[in-house]
Design a protein. Structure first.
Length: 471
């Protein structure tokens, strides 16, 4: 019994390993098939065409070439027939020496000269005037059956017939020219183009960026964003490039000057950008708010105080009567009263701002009128606006509605809440097509937008033009 049980166990183990190996082999074969399928969906490259040329010259079949390249044999056959070069036959191909009956031919006097004793096949003048009735030229069937080209033919050096030759580099050049030609023009019917125009142009004229339009109407737009830019360049829409804010050329940037001011001023003590990085390294979950101002026509007139949550790009806009330290501190104090001190401490734990004169009183920003600590203030390095780049980027949306140099004297806080609502409802590429409003519902307290007068705007109703605040 022990021997038979041992033999049974060995047979079971052997069967297990056989099944295991078969599964492993099937998995490997499956991966190879999937890899070949993925490769089959790609266009042939110059390397592939060079390999085809070499293998045809060596006499390989289309099946073996296709297996090596992960392509179907018919793909290789179509490539060779489509991109083969035709070399015309020489005069020798229509001479007597290319006739099947040349060796046994005894015909003479085709030219009509009865006194000529030479055979016509030895004469070089009669063929200019008459045709031999028994001529039967050699033909080649290589162009009509695989491999369809003469690359691997042994008689190619001495053959005078019409030749079909496959050259990899010429085939690649022809393919690239066809690829470019196929993408010229508009690949839409007039009806489809009119429907796209009626949907895209009104939204662009409202000042909506293409990133927002694609995020909202991606399923309804039959082309990619790059193609849409090309259509705008071709002026096939009612909207034009001038209606896109970022399509116009930026003004030339001024050269950066060396920092001559003393950066060790008292208000920056232990509040530099390096101190900010050190703090965030030890408090990675701290909520960071970027702070800045947007000025109107005069620095002494009304201006905007902007606060942006780094986590979700949600921005608050507060209208200030003047761009001064006193107005900034009063605005922050009012914000604390509006959203409560507990929410302010939680979501405004770290404030990062620049070195503007209106922010050089960090002590009254960090502590309230009662002397209680409520946040930490840090300053960016001079001439380093990229250190709070998210807020600087959001200022572009403000300038779409309030161009630089326009007075803010007639604006109210309700207007700023309306402007912020439209900006926060605009979808962003940097947020994978989401809006700051949508992310704010997940990352900050839902009461903050409500208490600060924010509301979500429907995607198609977003307007980022000066008309938004015109009364």
């Amino acid at each position: 019994m022990g021997f038979f049980s041992l033999k049974l166990e060995f047979s079971l183990a052997q069967a297990f390993f056989i099944i295991h190996d078969c599964k492993w082999l099937s998995v490997c074969q499956g991966e190879l098939i999937m890899a070949n399928k993925k490769k089959r969906q790609r266009h042939l490259t110059l390397t592939d065409r060079t390999y085809i040329e070499q293998e045809i010259t060596c006499g390989s079949t289309f099946k073996s070439i296709g297996s090596a390249l992960g392509k179907d044999p018919t793909t290789i056959a179509k490539e060779v027939k489509l991109h083969s070069e035709i070399i015309e036959a020489t005069d020798v191909a229509t001479s007597c020496r290319n006739c099947i009956n040349y060796d046994d031919c005894e015909i003479h006097n085709l030219c009509g000269n009865k006194h000529c004793k030479r055979k016509c096949k030895q004469c070089f003048t009669f063929r200019r005037r008459v045709t031999c009735p028994s001529e039967d030229f050699f033909t080649c069937d290589i162009p009509f059956k695989p491999p369809y080209v003469c690359n691997g033919c042994e008689n190619r050096p001495t053959c005078h017939l019409e030749k079909h030759v496959y050259h990899a580099r010429k085939a690649q050049t022809t393919y690239e020219a066809t690829l470019v030609r196929s993408r010229v023009g508009i690949n839409l019917t007039p009806q489809e183009l009119d429907e796209l125009n009626s949907m895209i142009s009104p939204l662009i004229k409202k000042g909506q960026p293409l990133s927002h339009i694609f995020a909202v109407h991606a399923d309804d737009i039959p082309v990619c964003r790059r193609t849409l830019y090309n259509y705008l360049d071709q002026r096939v829409f009612d909207a034009r490039n001038i209606d896109l804010h970022r399509r116009v050329r930026y003004k030339k940037r001024r050269a950066k000057h060396s920092v001559s001011r003393d950066i060790t001023q008292r208000y920056r003590n232990k509040r530099t950008y390096k101190d900010f990085e050190f703090y965030m390294e030890h408090h990675p979950d701290a909520s960071v708010v970027e702070l800045d101002t947007v000025k109107g026509t005069r620095e002494t007139g009304k201006c905007l105080l902007t606060l942006l949550f780094r986590s979700c790009n949600f921005m608050l806009i507060i209208l200030l009567p003047r761009c001064s330290q006193e107005c900034v501190i009063n605005a922050i104090n009012n914000l604390v009263e509006t959203i409560t001190l507990r929410l302010f401490r939680k979501y405004f734990e770290v404030i990062l701002t620049d070195n503007g004169a209106e922010f050089k009183n960090p002590w009254d920003i960090e502590k309230g009128p009662d002397g209680k600590h409520r946040c930490y203030v840090f300053y960016c390095d001079p001439y380093a606006s990229n250190q709070k780049g998210k807020l600087e980027k959001n200022h572009e949306y403000i300038r779409y509605v309030i161009p630089k140099g326009k007075s803010m004297q007639n604006f109210t806080q309700a207007d700023m809440n309306k402007l912020a609502s439209h900006i926060n409802s605009t979808a962003r590429d940097s947020l994978n097509g989401a809006t700051p409003f949508a992310l704010s519902k997940l990352l900050i307290d839902k009461r903050i937008p409500i208490l600060t007068g924010q509301y979500e705007v429907s995607p198609d109703d977003i307007l980022l033009k000066p008309e938004l605040l015109e009364k």
